[in-house]
Design a protein around this ligand. Structure first.
Ligand code: FE2
Length: 383
């Protein structure tokens, strides 16, 4: 509902914020936390950071480094079993969207029972989730602040959207120092995911004064800092800028909705397992062009936020500058020229377009397609 705002009650966003997690875990009454991290040794090393921070506050923990990219219902079930078997009483996630979405799914299952698929849709949970601290190590998904979890059905490969106000973390943590080691490719992908969130939130039909203010500044920051964070990962001001851009964009879209960039991107990830942010980056210009006929005045303001718009131009001209600005940013981040270069097959697109039309995030796109055929054309334009 536009005008109803969900966000974590406490948000730590500064260098060294990780060190405060033990204090906040104690304030939430946690005695033993399940730390949900990415699959494998990288996730385990990130989880160890939290184990140490919690131990300094006398709080126990167990590690579940089992959240793969695009986490599945089976991963959630394994994490929920760990939570119960190890006697945990609160949840932490450390990583990007996969770890956080997996933790949210685990929270739903341990408090409400059943399987995570039971909660696909909107506000299906009836019981309070365990206290939850979300520590973000990328600058993109915004999952640390949102009330959304995307879980893949392992059998059908379809993405389940779970939207529930109870999924909102109690404490979000964004520590730019955790982002310094992100490789350039991941910096580009997650940064473009954040920019897609901000632009879609700004154009969404449920946009409000609050989401507009968050999204606008997010666009300013992304254009100011993403190329610098990409070319020099140790550039601390650039990392801080992108950390803030992603955080603001997460708050914005959580309250205003998204649009066709994400609606078209989700089925492609389900089919090919391609990175979410990369797909969004390649789809964004085509969707902006589609939306421009209905949203030129707002696209003109986006162009100004990007630093490429001028008041003496018409809204339509400024909207074109905004689209060109995104295309130019994609080139500066050395992204592939289109979906075909990623191995996307034209023959698969009609089925994916039908799936995109059914995506719940499509509902807030400002210009609605009359048929899957029109969405197919957007895919083709992004090839
Ligand atoms: Fe996204």
């Amino acid at each position: 509902m536009p005008g109803t705002y969900y966000m974590p009650g406490v948000n730590l966003i500064h260098r060294g914020a990780l060190k405060d997690v033990g204090t906040w875990a104690a304030r939430l009454g946690g005695t033993k936390g399940l730390i949900v991290a990415s699959l494998g040794s990288y996730g385990e090393s990130q989880a160890r950071l939290l184990v140490e921070v919690l131990a300094r506050s006398g709080i126990g923990s167990a590690v579940f480094a089992g959240a793969g990219p695009n986490p599945t219902d089976a991963m959630v079930a394994r994490g929920a079993a760990e939570y119960r078997d190890r006697g945990c009483d609160f949840l932490l996630a450390i990583g990007g969207g996969s770890a956080m979405d997996c933790a949210k799914g685990i929270g739903l299952v341990v408090s409400n029972g059943g399987a995570v698929a039971d909660y696909a849709g909107t506000d299906r949970a009836t019981k309070e989730l365990p206290p939850f601290i979300a520590v973000n190590t990328t600058a993109g998904t915004g999952s640390e602040v949102t009330s959304v979890a995307v879980i893949t059905d392992g059998a059908t490969h379809r993405k389940m959207m779970i939207v529930d106000w109870r999924l909102t973390a109690d404490v979000s943590v964004n520590d730019p120092e955790l982002m310094l080691s992100m490789p350039p490719e991941l910096t580009a992908y997650t940064g473009m995911d954040a920019l897609s969130h901000a632009i879609e939130a700004y154009l969404a039909t449920n946009a409000t004064a609050l989401s507009d203010s968050l999204a606008y500044e997010s666009i300013v920051l992304a254009f100011a800092w993403l190329p610098a964070a990409f070319s020099d990962g140790r550039n601390v001001p650039a990392r801080e800028g992108m950390c803030n851009a992603a955080f603001l964009a997460g708050l914005a879209f959580n309250n205003s909705g998204l649009g066709y960039v994400h609606a078209l991107s989700h089925p492609l990830t389900g089919k090919y397992g391609l990175p979410h942010g990369l797909l969004n980056a390649l789809l964004l210009p085509a969707v902006m062009r589609w939306n421009a006929t209905r949203t030129a005045p707002r696209m003109a303001r986006i162009a100004v936020a990007m630093g490429v718009g001028h008041p003496w131009r018409s809204d339509r001209e400024n909207a074109e500058k905004a689209i060109a600005g995104v295309e130019d940013l994609n080139r500066r981040l050395r992204l592939p020229p289109g979906l075909a270069a990623l191995g996307v097959k034209e023959a698969d697109l009609p089925e994916l377009a039908r799936a995109a039309l059914e995506e719940s995030v499509a509902a807030t796109n400002p210009r609605q397609a009359a048929s899957a055929e029109q969405l197919l054309n957007l895919y083709l334009e992004a090839m």
